[in-house]
Write a protein that binds this ligand. Structure first.
Ligand code: TUI
Length: 310
């Protein structure tokens, strides 16, 4: 399938895997790239040298293009920004901040830069700064989110910029892919469905929670202090929301969630861990390989499109 994004990135299918902290390490990223999409290594809060090793490991197992997602709140973001250049990474996506200060260095090195944005203003700013494309991420997504839904954000970003737009948030199957294309997106980014991929190292307990989730099982913490995070409801989210409602200071809430994503992903602690997941968790019913996921989405899309033609 050919779109502006498959052409830009040299990939077979316009499906990009979300750069999820702890989950998106080299095994998941290389499996998605091998399946014809774009795999991403999620730097999350990891040290720069760990990210370098992950890039080297990915390159050992796939000759296909893959990228790195840099979470800009990482204190080592500056060093990671240099590592991607040193290691010759072809694609960088960024999240949770403004990557403007790295743009010149990346452009000079020929890196394709794709910031994740949650507003039209940020998309326009990134286009002016030289971004090759943007991911417009709606609040249906798991993890750190903005305020707009995918349905409202994507077409407004498409109208606001000239560069290709990738839709994210609430997309898990061929219907979501088709809808994103209707809204003007040239590709989709998918996170939660890849958390439960066979190649994902996320703990089985975490995967089971996603597979067992219903439509209304996610909730958003941190809204009151401007750091909203979507996750599956559990003891951790309930306790957080109780403290937040009682007016607890940001520092205390931050202390509560310190290391809690690792607890969920690595230790499988579904009680005290933060089970980041999107609103489409209720649509995910089984563990599949990345190749099965990508092929299924594309087959569903083709079927939808042919049903419209008849
Ligand atoms: O970054 C994400 N999703 C994430 S990051 C993450 S790690 C984390 N762990 C614990 C607490 C908080 C985060 C988990 N999920 N998505 C991309 C994204 N970026 N969504 C929204 C934004 C965004 C927000 C503000 C992009 C730019 C921005 O600009 C602010 C500014 O500097 O003006």
């Amino acid at each position: 399938m050919k779109t502006k994004i498959t052409e830009l990135l040299g990939i077979e299918y316009p499906v990009i895997q979300g750069g999820m902290a702890w989950v998106a390490e080299y095994r998941l990223a290389s499996a998605v790239s091998e399946a014809g999409g774009l795999g991403l290594i999620g730097a999350g809060g990891a040290p720069a040298e760990f990210v370098r090793e992950q890039i080297q490991k990915a390159r050992e197992v796939t000759g296909k293009p893959f990228g790195v997602n840099i979470m800009l709140m990482n204190p080592e973001a500056d060093a990671i920004a240099r590592v991607v250049v040193e290691e010759g990474v072809k694609v960088v996506t960024t999240g949770a901040g403004n990557p403007g200060k790295y743009m010149a260095m990346w452009k000079e090195a020929g890196v394709r830069v794709i910031p994740v944005v949650a507003s039209v203003a940020m998309a326009k700013m990134m286009e002016r700064a030289g971004a090759d494309a943007v991911v417009a991420e709606g609040m249906e997504s798991g993890g750190h989110i903005g305020q707009l839904t995918t349905m409202t954000l994507v077409p407004q970003v498409v109208d606001g910029v000239g560069i290709p737009v990738i839709a994210a948030g609430g997309i898990a199957d061929g219907r979501g892919f088709a809808a994103a294309r209707m809204l003007g997106a040239e590709a989709v980014q998918i996170g939660t469905r890849f958390v439960v991929a066979k190649e994902s190292i996320a703990h089985e307990n975490y995967k089971k929670k996603i597979i067992g989730a219903k439509d209304i099982d996610s909730e958003v913490t941190g809204m009151s202090h401007g750091h909203p995070v979507r996750q599956l409801r559990n003891q951790m989210s309930r306790e957080y929301l109780k403290l937040e409602k009682a007016g607890a200071p940001f520092e205390e809430l931050e202390q509560l969630t310190l290391g809690s994503l690792r607890k969920a992903v690595v230790d499988g602690d579904t009680v005290n861990g933060t089970l980041m997941a999107g609103q489409i968790a209720g649509m995910i019913h089984k563990e599949q390989t990345c190749s099965e996921i990508v092929r299924e989405i594309m087959a569903e899309y083709e079927e939808i499109m042919s049903s419209f033609r008849n």
